[in-house]
Design a binder for this molecule. Sequence first.
Ligand code: SF4
Length: 484
Amino acid sequence: MCGVIGLLTRREVGPDLVEGLLALQHRGQDSAGVLTSDGTFHLKKGNGTVGSVFNPKNLGRLTGTAGIGQVRYPTIGPGSVEDAQPFYVNHPFGVAMVHNGNVTNYFDLRRELMCEDFRQLTSFSDVEPLLNVFAEGLERTDLKHFSPASVFKAVRGVFDRAHGAYSVVALIHGRGLLAFRDPFGIKPLVFSQQGDEFAFASESVAFDRLGFHGFTDVKPGEAIFVDFKGKVHRSQIQPGTPRPCIFEFVYFARPDSVIDGIEVYEARLRLGERLAREVARQGLKPDVIVPVPDTARAAASSLASALGVELREGLIKNRYIARTFIMHGQDRRALSVRQKLNPVRSQVQGRDVLLVDDSIVRGTTSREIVQMVRDAGARRVFMAITAPPLRCPCVYGIDMMTRGEFVAKSRTVEQIRKVIGADALVYQTYEGLIEAVAGPQPGTRNSQPATRQFCTACFNGEYPTGVTRRYLAQMERERKRWPK
Ligand code: SF4
């Protein structure tokens, strides 16, 4: 999971790209990069957060009124600085590219490009094959008579050869800014126009910081090309079959973003309301509800209202510690939980506490949190999860690739409860998840749920693009080769 941004404006874009990446920092903290164009490409990228990669000196070199940027959360390869985005090729024109997602035929595509098309790849980033396939497609068009049609033809070539999830922003030197989204639209991508200024970003929250008002989604299977004269060209390259990642609404996206027309914060409130029904069904009567910060806050507040139980900030987060989900390695994750969270003794002591969290992946974090609250004097500790059990690896860009890592893979809810040491464990139902995220049918208030489909593969193993066992095994081998 990564964050991407692209800007074409009338002013210097370097500072705005960095500002936009700061708003998308939650989507990846492994590396950050920006490429701008003022007639020449200027590139700065490196491992680390936006704040650690950019400084006034290197920002001063990022001149130009068009540019792209990315924050990376590595999904494949060693995660070295060579894999930091943006990437660019010199021919044709000079094309730079960033992406969010994961190309599921990456290994085959890489081999084809290197052995059959004789292209040299320098990294293990899956944007590099996308970039090379696109550049190859563009090369085959009539370069002297460049047109948006040439761009769209090259995008079609990418759709034909690359499988998986990819939301892409690219800069074609001297020609324009391009964005496209795979036919399932698994990863988010939004577009905004403010007069003669244009922006693309993974989440709408980036636009709020940059003064862009109003936006549309780049549709699944669609490409949008903004030429340097400021004309917008849109083309539905392949029919879209929308399957946006449902986990964005549960965990990953910022609550102040709107993705595919759904307010993330509202979706989380509905998840809490639905979860309250499951808690009531189990007959649990907690004295206090405590969200596990930060993602579960909205759901915990609506759950507390629905149950008529008081909500308390019983766990305080040290905001200077990275998100545990993104921290690599089991030991480091467990350690970071204690570094990151601390209980408020007065709020939990002698009480039956219901902790609300968004998901359980390996169980390490939940076990630490339950024990921490128990150590702080809670009488009983219940756990409620706003999503159903995670059981299958995400092949589209979230780092939970190994099948054996899921605590829920071959355990019942009761067995998971024992693993995490809670007195009760309640999960959201699958139907509750879908209905809560989809929200009500427009104009029907809360009665009728909207009929929408999502990628829910990590809950039920139904991958929108289809995934072979061979690919899953290959991913696991690669993960072992480059342990995180
Ligand atoms: S498998 Fe899960 S995390 Fe991955 S894209 Fe699908 S819903 Fe999102």
